[in-house]
Design a binder for this molecule. Sequence first.
Ligand SMILES: Nc1nc2c(ncn2[C@@H]2O[C@H](COP(=O)(O)OP(=O)(O)O)[C@@H](O)[C@H]2O)c(=O)[nH]1
Ligand SMILES: *[C@@H]1O[C@H](CO)[C@@H](O)[C@H](O)[C@H]1NC(C)=O
Ligand SMILES: *[C@@H]1O[C@H](CO)[C@@H](O)[C@H](O)[C@H]1NC(C)=O
Ligand SMILES: *[C@@H]1O[C@H](CO)[C@@H](O)[C@H](O)[C@H]1NC(C)=O
Ligand SMILES: *[C@@H]1O[C@H](CO)[C@@H](O)[C@H](O)[C@H]1NC(C)=O
Ligand SMILES: [Mg+2]
Length: 431
Amino acid sequence: MLRLLHWRRTPRWIAVAIVFVFGLSCIVAITQLVNKIVQLNGTSLSSKLGSDNVSPSKSAGTRATSQVYDTTDEFVAMADGQPQLEKATFIMLVRNSEVHDARSSIRYVEDRFNKNFHYPWLFLNDRPFSQEFIRMTRVLVSGNATYGQIPKEAWSMPDWVDRQKARECMKDMANRNILYGGSESYRHMCRFFSGFFWRHELLANYDYYWRVEPNTQLYCDLTYDPFTFMRENNKTYGFTINLLEFASTIESLWPTVQNFSSEHPEYIHQNNSLDFVVDDHKSITEGSYNNCHYWSNFEIASLKFFRSQPYRDFFDALDQTGGFYYERWGDAPVHSLAVSIMLDKEEIHWFYDIGYRHHPFTHCPEPREEFHDSGKCYCNPRQNFDRNPYSCTKQYQRMRGDSGSPEHVPRMSQSVLRRIDRGKNAAQKAE
Ligand SMILES: Nc1nc2c(ncn2[C@@H]2O[C@H](COP(=O)(O)OP(=O)(O)O)[C@@H](O)[C@H]2O)c(=O)[nH]1
Ligand SMILES: *[C@@H]1O[C@H](CO)[C@@H](O)[C@H](O)[C@H]1NC(C)=O
Ligand SMILES: *[C@@H]1O[C@H](CO)[C@@H](O)[C@H](O)[C@H]1NC(C)=O
Ligand SMILES: *[C@@H]1O[C@H](CO)[C@@H](O)[C@H](O)[C@H]1NC(C)=O
Ligand SMILES: *[C@@H]1O[C@H](CO)[C@@H](O)[C@H](O)[C@H]1NC(C)=O
Ligand SMILES: [Mg+2]
């Protein structure tokens, strides 16, 4: 540096620099020319030289700092560059007042996934959406946006619930500082997600949904279609985070499920995942609930399952007891118990590769090479909730029979992989 600062005193430097710069420019120009010729023959010289990510920049002759990296690798176009959409939609239950949190979640989902696919969004609300909410959300979505209102019967206490008793229970749970213990609307919300969203007329034409909540984050590029993945692999229920429920909100939920199971033994799947929700390999009648559940603020799942007779009967049995109001049963343990006893364990899928945050927990995929060195994710693996004592990853792995680390990365089906390859080839051809 010092010598360069004094270059005026040493004119020889100028000559050296000019020769150097001129020489370098010539080399770059010749390389580019050769490259063009070779590309016409179908291969690239720079890739043969092992530097295919670096294009020589315009100023390469004078400064070697501005390298251009090709980041198109990750883009996945489906056949003919047009994604073949599944019968699937995003759904977001949201209040008008949460418009900014909704916009944030939409932005994440669009940027990480949907800008390449354009799946539709369905917004649901117990009240009419405001014009402002509609205006401010529809501009962010790359698919169609639909705004629906929830019918009254799907958002209120059923007749058979004793109003007086429910009010007393809420007061008691509020006094015990149970989260949302005193909230009636929260209970409507949990009952809605347990028994009603899948009946909404605006979902009638869909087979799969992806539930998105306001103020959630996605941290990894999703370069394949998770709905296609679900369909091709016969998956019914997908999650990213699992954890323990507050026992005080579901005191009689398990006994109710036990009763349902003995009344409907035909609904209990031979190859179920009971080991996720019951410890020590005990049966439904012998065991007790360990409070493990899939965190339902993120779900990619089949609507057909929820619409099926077994699930309808399951929900009705629960709803008859009034437990959604006398206690504060969450839709997460309700969904989790249903899928754990009524589905083949193979139908449940951990979207390990989807980095996700809903306050206060983050799932961040850990393998460095695949998720971080590749540039796919930007979350901090140290904040991964899977290793937290409140996570149920241990129970999940026990159920799966996987030994070792939680690096159980989903395997893509061959046909999904083929599609990704096709997309790559198409993108290369288009260049
Ligand atoms: N429209 C509407 N949405 C609600 C209401 N209560 C909760 N939600 C939605 O239901 C979801 C869960 O509620 P949230 O407050 O996030 O609960 P938490 O995630 O369990 O803390 C979110 O998508 C909320 O926007 C309500 O009274 N009206
Ligand atoms: C969006 O809505 C229009 C009009 O209903 C429909 O023709 C189109 O197929 C929809 N697009 C998607 C991606 O759902
Ligand atoms: C999915 O289920 C269908 C019908 O039962 C079966 O033919 C197919 O092989 C299954 N696919 C996978 C990947 O398990
Ligand atoms: C389970 O069934 C038994 C017998 O019908 C009944 O006495 C009990 O109250 C039921 N428990 C729950 C939690 O529904
Ligand atoms: C039960 O699930 C396991 C995987 O967890 C699978 O290997 C096996 O084929 C399934 N058995 C039946 C009978 O479906
Ligand atoms: Mg939430």
